[in-house]
Ligand binder design. Structure first.
Ligand code: PLP
Length: 420
C-alpha cells in the first residue's frame, strides 16, 4: 500500500466492495475509523487516537494485543517455515497437543487442530457422530457455536438460523440451565449434548451450580457424549484455565479457539478422550484441514501458553473480574432505570440494559470516550466486558469512569428517571 487512505475513503470502499450495510452499522456504533496498531489493552487508529479495548476481540486477546513473546515466537517461526508441507511431522503441533493434554481436565488427550471456532464445532459434531454411531444432538436456546451450517444447527438464535433452514436435522433445542428439559431431551439416540459453560454471545449466562455435573451424569447414563464449547470461555477468561473446571466436570470433547494462539494467528482445536478418538481408528484422515496445526499457529499457541504461566493470567482474571464486577454492580445500583443486571464470572462480564436502545447509546457514548465496548451477538441488550486478562487496575477504572459518564449521558438523552 503506497499512500495512507482516510477513514472516509476506507468507509466508502467498505460500502462499495465489502458490505454496504456493515459499513453503515460500523459508522453508527461510533467507531468508523481505521485500526492501525495495537498493544496490550490498547488499539490505535490511523489518526493516532488511542482506544481502551474492553471487548478483547470477543475473547481472542486474553494475553492482550500483540504480546511481544508471541509475536517473537511467530516471527522466528515465519523465518523458518510458515505453513506445513503436509507430509512431515510438525514439531510444534506435537508439542502443543501434548501441552493441551496436560492442561485440560480428566482424560482429555488427543487434539485435532483447525483454524476457527466454528470449524472446531463442526469437527466436534462429526467426531461425536463417528464415535457414537448416533446422529441426534441436544443444544441450548440462545447458544452460539458459530455460523457454519453445523455450528448454526446447534446455535440458538432464530435470526441467524432461519434464513438457512433446513439445517442439520435431529437437533433438540432446550432452555439453558433447565435440568428437567435436559432429562426429557436426552435418550439412547443422542450422540452428544453441546453446551457453553457460560453462554457468551447469548448474553453472559453462567450455568447454574448443579447443571453441568448433572448433565455429565445424564450423558453417561444414556451413552451420549458431552461437548463443552470453550471457544470463548477457554484459557483463563473465567478465572480458571477452562470454565468446566469451576464445576469439576470433564467433557468428552472440548472445543477451543480464539485465545489459544494469543490473538496473533487464527487457530481452533478439538480435544478428545481416547474413547472418542477411537473414531479415527482405521480412518485417520476422515476429517482434515489444510491449514490446521500450521507451524506458525502452533508456535503462537506454545508461546501463548508460556505467557499464561509467566504472568499468572488465570489468577489475574479472577481478581480483576471480582473487582470489575463489584464496581459494575455499584453502577447498576446507581442507574436502575438503565441497567437491569450485571452477570458473569472472571473477566467475562455482561451488563444487561433495560432496553436495547439504552445499550446502543451506552456503547456509542463509550466509543466517544475511546473505550471499546460491544454487545453480545444473540442478545443486543447486553454489553460485554472481556478485556485482556492482565488489564491494569488503572485501565479498569478508566473504563468505569467512561461507563459512568455514558450512563449519565444516556439518562439525559432518554430522559429516564431512577425509580425511587
Ligand atoms: N463457539 C463459541 C462459544 C463462540 O463464542 C464463538 C464465537 O464467538 C464460536 C463458537 C465461533 O467462533 P468463530 O467465530 O471463530 O468461528
Amino acid at each position: 500500500m503506497s499512500e495512507k487512505l482516510s477513514a472516509r475513503e476506507v468507509a466508502k470502499m467498505y460500502r462499495d466492495y465489502v458490505n454496504p450495510d456493515l459499513a453503515r452499522m460500523m459508522r453508527i456504533t461510533g467507531l468508523g475509523t481505521i485500526e492501525e496498531r495495537a498493544q496490550g489493552s490498547y488499539v490505535w487508529d490511523s489518526e493516532g487516537e488511542e482506544y481502551l479495548d474492553m471487548a478483547g476481540g470477543y475473547g481472542v486477546f486474553c494475553v492482550g494485543h500483540s504480546h511481544p513473546h508471541v509475536v517473537e515466537a511467530v516471527t522466528r517461526q515465519l523465518q523458518k517455515m510458515a505453513l506445513s508441507a503436509k507430509v512431515f511431522f510438525t514439531e510444534g503441533q506435537a508439542l502443543l497437543a501434548k501441552k493441551l493434554a496436560e492442561l485440560t481436565p480428566g482424560d482429555l488427550r488427543y487434539t485435532f487442530f483447525c483454524n476457527s471456532g466454528t470449524e472446531a464445532v463442526e469437527g466436534a459434531l462429526k467426531i461425536a457422530r463417528l464415535a457414537t454411531g448416533r446422529t441426534t444432538f441436544v443444544a441450548m436456546h440462545n447458544a452460539f457455536h458459530g455460523k457454519s451450517t453445523g455450528g448454526l444447527a446447534v446455535s440458538g438464535r432464530p435470526n441467524y438460523r432461519t434464513p438457512f433452514e433446513p439445517l442439520m436435522p435431529e437437533v433438540r433445542h432446550i432452555p439453558f440451565g433447565d435440568l428437567q428439559a435436559l432429562e426429557e431431551a436426552i435418550d439412547e439416540t443422542v450422540s452428544a449434548v453441546i453446551v457453553e459453560p457460560v453462554q457468551g454471545e447469548g448474553g453472559i449466562h453462567v450455568a447454574p451450580p448443579d447443571y453441568l455435573p448433572r448433565m455429565r451424569e445424564l450423558c453417561d447414563r444414556h451413552g451420549a457424549l458431552l461437548i463443552a464449547d470453550e471457544v470463548q470461555t477457554g484459557f483463563g477468561r473465567t478465572g480458571k484455565m477452562f470454565a468446566v473446571n469451576h464445576w469439576n466436570v470433564c467433557p468428552d470433547i472440548l472445543v477451543l479457539a480464539k485465545a489459544l494462539s494469543g490473538g496473533v494467528i487464527p487457530i481452533g482445536a478439538i480435544v478428545g478422550t481416547p474413547k472418542v478418538w477411537a473414531a479415527f481408528k482405521g480412518r485417520p484422515t476422515i476429517h482434515t484441514s489444510t491449514f490446521g496445526g500450521s507451524p506458525i499457529a502452533c508456535a503462537a499457541g506454545l508461546a501463548t501458553l508460556e505467557v499464561y504461566e509467566r504472568e499468572d493470567l488465570c489468577r489475574k482474571a479472577e481478581e480483576s473480574g471480582r473487582y470489575l464486577k463489584g464496581r459494575l454492580e455499584e453502577l447498576a445500583a446507581q442507574f436502575p432505570d438503565l441497567v437491569r443486571e450485571v452477570r458473569g464470572i472472571g473477566l467475562l462480564l455482561g451488563l444487561e440494559a433495560v432496553k436495547e436502545e439504552y445499550a446502543g447509546s451506552i456503547i456509542a457514548e463509550m466509543s466517544r470516550r475511546h473505550v471499546i465496548a460491544v454487545y453480545t451477538l444473540n442478545q443486543p441488550k447486553v454489553i460485554r466486558f472481556e478485556p485482556a486478562l492482565g488489564i491494569s487496575r488503572r485501565d479498569l477504572d478508566l473504563c468505569l469512569e467512561a461507563l459512568q459518564a455514558s450512563l449519565t449521558k444516556t439518562r439525559e438523552m432518554f430522559a429516564t428517571q431512577p425509580t425511587p
